[in-house]
Design a protein around this ligand. Structure first.
Ligand code: DGY
Length: 422
């Protein structure tokens, strides 16, 4: 239903174009029905890659959809001469999942010659994307990338970003008039607030002033964060590309250098002993963002924690399970900022569960992995393929539907792939 002759939209109306990290998970689902579509999906995404290596967070293959703001005419990606004229795109990125997705596809069919040829052609493009992240998003050369917009994290309105966004004080006349469209389609109570949107627009326009890749972004942006999840995903994809490169006899020296440094800095900078979890780092405020949040669990999937730290993350999930929550709520259920229906401030997201499931299995926590999987199947079975789900089991009982968009592509993909993973 969501296939659009070459790429897949996340859901109709609310997200009518191609989204970066959605595409990665969506490719997994396509593989089972039509492997050619899995390859087309990723090819279409990388057709929007910029000369500097950036893979934008939205690719506007169609210029006729009018249900989304900010559309291509608001992004003006042509402020950067290296942005392709077509397809048009946004000027920011999203989690770099494509390295591990590509390896996962090849693992499903290691001798498929079409897939092998495809992997060889995509490999240098993904490496170029990672090079962009290290060259343009790591001013102190720590091996850790920053983001300058919450949309890049994929976890748009997480309470993690509240303090950074508070630094942006908008006065009347600071922003051009704009019309949100998401709240016409999804319930406003399940979406970011108006204040948050103003700040998203502010940061978009700030990025645009710097052609979306200028050094002025790191100097000026009030929102400048090294997100633990984005960096863990980058590390996971590096690792996959290194293995793939060896298998395909391609050069991996640069990847290995990045990987060693990223891994070292990640471990030194992001673990929080009090929380017993990884945290993101606020580069502008020069401090950890000390909150328990789902991004702090994803390092499991990247093989970053020691067995002891992995056990702490596993305990955290077991406690949530024992206290009546579906795994895995996207934010700390004990926090006053927790909001069980509002996007990334609490709800469960199936593609996150996909990563956590695999992470738990890698560390031998079979029981918890099976709970994550069973919970995912239960909520999808009850409500259908929604964007996100109520985590409080008691409250979920009384609901007729889940949250955000319906018929959601990466939810379906994650479920299909989990079905094939015992
Ligand atoms: C949205 O529009 O809500 C997206 O998450 C931003 O990419």
């Amino acid at each position: 239903m969501n296939w659009r002759d070459g790429f897949t939209i996340p859901t109709s109306n609310l997200y009518p174009f191609q989204w970066n990290w959605d595409s990665g998970f969506i490719a997994l689902g396509h593989y089972y029905a039509n492997p050619a579509h899995a390859m087309r999906e990723l090819d279409s995404l990388f057709s929007g890659q910029w000369e500097n290596g950036l893979v934008p967070h939205i690719i506007f293959h169609s210029e006729h959809e009018e249900t989304y703001f900010p559309n291509f005419d608001f992004w003006h990606s042509n402020v950067n001469p290296g942005a392709p004229a077509r397809p048009k795109s946004s000027g920011i990125t999203q989690p770099a999942v494509h390295g591990f997705i590509l390896e996962n596809l090849l693992d499903k069919s290691p001798d498929d010659q079409d897939l092998l040829a495809f992997a060889k052609s995509l490999f240098p493009k993904i490496v170029n994307y990672h090079r962009f992240l290290y060259d343009y998003r790591d001013p102190h050369k720590e091996g850790l990338m920053f983001i300058f917009h919450p949309w890049e994290s994929g976890r748009d309105n997480s309470p993690l970003w509240d303090e950074s966004l508070e630094r942006i004080q908008i006065k009347p006349g600071d922003l051009p008039a704009y019309q949100r469209l998401d709240t016409n389609i999804a319930d406003p109570a399940e979406r970011p607030t108006a204040e948050q949107y103003d700040r998203y627009v502010y940061l978009l326009l700030m990025g645009q002033r710097h052609r979306y890749d200028g050094p002025g972004i790191a100097e000026e942006s009030p929102f400048l964060v090294q997100d633990d999840m984005m960096n863990a995903i980058l590390i996971k994809s590096n690792e996959s590309l290194i293995r793939l490169g060896k298998r395909l006899k391609l050069d991996t020296a640069e990847l290995e250098e990045w990987q060693a440094q990223s891994m070292k800095s990640f471990k030194e900078k992001f673990w929080n002993d009090d929380l017993q979890m990884y945290t993101s780092y606020d580069l502008r405020g020069e401090k950890q963002i000390a909150m328990k949040e789902i991004g702090g669990i994803i390092p499991l999937y990247a093989g970053i924690p020691s067995q002891e730290k992995a056990a702490a993350l596993n305990n955290h999930l077991q406690e949530l399970h024992a206290s009546g929550y579906y795994l895995c709520p996207s934010f700390d259920v004990q926090s006053p900022a927790f909001d069980s229906c509002r996007y990334w401030r609490g709800p469960v997201w199936p593609h996150m569960n996909w990563m956590i499931y695999h992470g738990l299995k890698q560390y031998g926590f079979q029981d918890t992995a099976q709970i994550v999987k069973a919970d995912t199947f239960e909520i999808v079975d009850k409500y259908g393929f929604f964007e996100y789900y109520e985590p409080e089991k008691g409250l979920a009982q009384s609901l007729k539907k889940a949250y955000g968009g319906a018929n959601f592509s990466w939810t379906a993909s994650s479920v299909i792939d989990l079905i094939h993973n015992p």
